[in-house]
Design a protein around this ligand. Structure first.
Ligand code: FRU
Length: 488
């Protein structure tokens, strides 16, 4: 690859060229998963937003499609969603059904000169190939709100109407509609709840079973924008609770914060609409960047990729319900060659080292850390670049360290180590790691803790090492799979 393509991912979605941010309009319809995204077709920096478009049959291989939505007299096209209007409740279709996109139109208020954000519709009768804007746009505006964006709509079975979750600066709002065109406010949630380190963005709201116990809970996902005082930058939190058809009720105390991801590069994630009930999965994809440095990353003519798509589940942990996530099983089809080891003891003097000479990898490690010693996984290039993943049983911390991961100097907040607390159950730790040219995703204990991070190694990663800090650690098993590129 030429210099520009050094960081072009092998199995993560990236735009054909130019700037991309949030995933938008995620919908499954007639055999295809649609991925729209915030897109600037003429620049590798953020600007007047369009909706880029890609289509997949398996959530892994993507075909680029023409830009779906262009800015118009109501402004730029910010984030939003798509639904299948199965019963033509909108009256927008001659035929029985079609796709409706509900998104934010962003412009400037003609009198106050302040930013203005209003909600609008577009629809497609040809499976998402072409789109018409609704001629009654915008369909929802609130004059007193400056931040009012990122609508996420779903059909609420229990009350037989459409519900929109949308954010308004420091809270989420819920609106209801019979026809997707007229909306009325039913509730508000969030003032004083969870993290307010940044403006609230990109909500999602859905119900999931808890384990297999026949119980279910509602999940409210809220991304929070960058704050110059927070080294973490933009990140995503979630709430667990109930939705009564009008508003969200938090199960946890207001000051309890649940993070979706402990890496730095999983933002604005939302889930696919209309995945068939027989499948039953709730699949999330996030923008794999961070507003802290998103405009500066060294990728050249394109900028901004997506995380792997992840299936979400709820599980009970120490008496409360938490979200877990794992890459969708379809990613497994990318495996080419596999190597495996069992019962390897590593010490500082006898680390495990394997040359891979190949930089698209999936690594599965079952570690026995009962000795109490810290364990490190080193992903190294031929040069000096190293991505370090570590677990220290003493302080119960899992971390990724990208201090020496290659190109890091484009922003002072990029290099460094960050992680999450995690208790190894019975001294056992299971790590699954996906390594791409531009990213490393670390899943611990079947997705209980996840760290998603961009990396920009100067030269390809070509060896994997496992070492112990001072005593010994046992690798119960280790598997390294080389992965095919999706060729995007
Ligand atoms: C989140 C966000 C959204 C907005 C979009 C603009 O990353 O700021 O709130 O709709 O990006 O591109």
């Amino acid at each position: 690859p030429d210099n520009d393509d050094r960081f072009r991912p092998g199995f993560h979605f990236s735009p054909p060229d130019n700037w991309a941010n949030d995933p938008n309009g995620l919908v499954y319809y007639e055999g295809s998963y649609h991925l729209f995204y915030q897109y600037h077709p003429y620049s590798n920096k953020w600007g007047p937003m369009h909706w880029g478009h890609a289509v997949s049959e398996d959530l892994v291989h993507w075909e680029h499609a023409p830009v779906a939505l262009f800015p118009d007299e109501h402004g730029a096209i910010f984030s939003g969603c798509c639904v299948v209007d199965w019963n033509n409740s909108s009256g927008l279709f001659e035929d029985s059904h079609g796709l409706v996109a509900i998104f934010t139109h962003a412009d400037t208020h003609p009198e106050s000169g302040q930013p203005r954000q209003r909600q609008s519709l577009a629809y497609s009768s040809d499976k998402g190939h072409t789109w018409q804007k609704y001629d009654g746009n915008p369909v929802l505006s609130e004059d007193d709100l400056i931040d009012f964006r990122d609508p996420k709509v779903f059909w609420h079975q229990q009350s037989g109407r459409w519900i929109m979750a949308i954010v308004a600066g420091d809270h989420a709002r819920f609106y209801a509609s019979e026809n997707l065109r007229e909306w009325s406010l039913t509730g508000e949630f969030g003032k004083g709840e969870g993290s307010h380190d940044g403006v609230w963005e990109c909500p999602d709201l859905f119900q999931l079973p808890v384990d297999d116990a026949g119980r279910s809970k509602w999940v409210l996902i809220i991304s929070i924008g960058d704050n110059p005082d927070c080294p973490e930058g933009s990140r995503t939190q979630y709430f667990i609770g109930e939705f009564d058809g009008k508003t969200f009720i938090n199960d946890n105390p207001a000051d309890h914060i649940l993070w979706l991801d402990y890496g730095r590069d999983n933002y604005a994630g939302v889930t696919w609409s209309d995945i068939p009930e027989q499948d039953g999965r709730r699949v999330l994809i996030g923008w794999m960047s961070n507003w802290k440095y998103a405009n500066e990353t060294p990728t050249g003519s394109w900028r901004g990729a997506m995380t792997l798509p992840r299936a979400l589940s709820l599980t009970s942990k120490d008496g409360s319900v938490v979200l877990t996530q794992m890459p969708v099983r379809e990613i497994g089809q990318l495996r080419k060659d596999s190597l495996s080891w069992k019962d390897v003891t590593v010490t500082p003097k006898t680390p495990f080292i394997q040359q891979t000479n190949y930089n698209l990898l999936e690594i599965e490690a079952e570690l026995d850390v009962r000795s109490g010693d810290a364990v490190y996984i080193h992903l190294k290039s031929a040069g000096q670049d190293e991505i370090l993943i570590g677990y220290d049983p003493a302080d119960k911390r899992l971390f990724t360290d990208r201090s020496h991961s290659g190109v890091t100097d484009f922003h002072p907040a990029f290099a460094g180590r960050h992680g999450a607390s995690l208790a190894a159950v019975n001294g056992q730790l299971r790590l699954q790691i996906w390594l791409d040219r531009n990213a490393v995703e670390v899943y611990a204990d079947n997705g209980l803790v996840v760290l998603t991070d961009q990396i920009f190694p100067e030269a390809p990663i070509e060896s994997i090492g496992v070492s112990a800090k001072s005593g010994q650690v046992v690798l119960n098993s280790l598997q390294i799979h080389t992965l095919e590129s999706i060729g995007i």
